[in-house]
Write a protein that binds this ligand. Sequence first.
Ligand code: PLP
Length: 404
Amino acid sequence: MNYERLFEDAVAEVRGENRYRVFADLERIAGEFPLARNHGTGPDRVVVWCSNDYLGQGQNPVVIEGAVSAVQRMGAGSGGTRNISGTHHLLVELEGELADLHDKPAALVFTSGYVSNSATLSTLAKLMKDCVIFSDALNHASMIDGIRQSGAEKQIFRHNDMVHLEALLQEQPRDRPKLIAFESVYSMDGDIAPIAEICDLADKYGAMTYLDEVHAVGLYGPRGGGVSQAEGVAHRLTVIEGTLAKAFGCLGGYITGSTALVDAVRSHASGFIFTTSLPPSVVGSALASVRYLKGHEELRQQHQERAQRLKTLLKEAGLPVMPSQTHIVPVLVGCPERARAMTGLLMLDHGIYVQPINYPTVPRGTERLRLTPSPMHNDALMDDLVSALVTVWQQVAREQPKAA
Ligand SMILES: *Cc1c(COP(=O)(O)O)cnc(C)c1O
């Protein structure tokens, strides 16, 4: 058996489809967000236009101080799993802060948002015998992974399609356990789920709800509790899940919900139990960030204003902005070769870093550039981006006529 050959073939397949991933070797510069040092080819300094650190919180001095003071007081590592010496006090405080953020009785922190989704969904579905899960067609890989791991029956409803969801719910016996899993802000299109309508259906058919607010926490709602908070429906959801790694600018994931549900996940989820807890530096920074964003509504408003302005500028320049209701600004390219050619030119000629988004993150034929303006992307940076995009768009159209 030629094992090396096997791996080479696996990579060749990805290359053949023009979706081989090349990572940008960057070094973010604290205090100069969204600038970064570039260790790859191209200019030494580049402007990052595709970060999920949506508000630049990763470099907020208050957040940095949260990490520095924690590491100095408590050291680098947590020293264990949550059960065996790894529940340091900052984690307890963070869970209290997160439960409060979503007005839920309890919260549980995981090492990432991915783990929080996969561990919680797989555990909940295993705990409910003969459970059936209704999953939005565009749900994130981490939710799909959890649902798969649970072994429960899965029904996929068309993205945000309430008629389809209701039809699927209707087919099931009334007393069968049901869980509806969905997101508030869908990260690649920037659209929003009809949360209240999904809750109505859940009430009507006796289902639990599981909402991933990863791309909304810190960004929506008067205290940053997400779209469910902005719309006043947080109390109707069984579980609200979020990340500390995007708008909060740090690392980690969490769920919030009832005391009994959170205790059950804490007691049964392998992905929670059998891994070392997050270290003091990370938890200290996340705690500072969550607290900070609870009280800084003006950052959320600036963020929305920036996104709106960028959409307007791109449209005025005739670029194909996809319809997004949120801070996410996707520009449709529709072909992996062209998307890669464009982002290559943006980096080399203009010092602008945008990662092309390809299959399997988005469906084939909908390859795109996903722009994420922050409050720190000022008018000058925006004007540079739009004029660079117009230039590379024309260049690539000339050099690579659209493949059939
Ligand atoms: C990024 C993401 C996650 C995973 O969160 P991490 O903290 O990065 O692991 C979960 N759900 C959605 C929708 C995401 O985009």
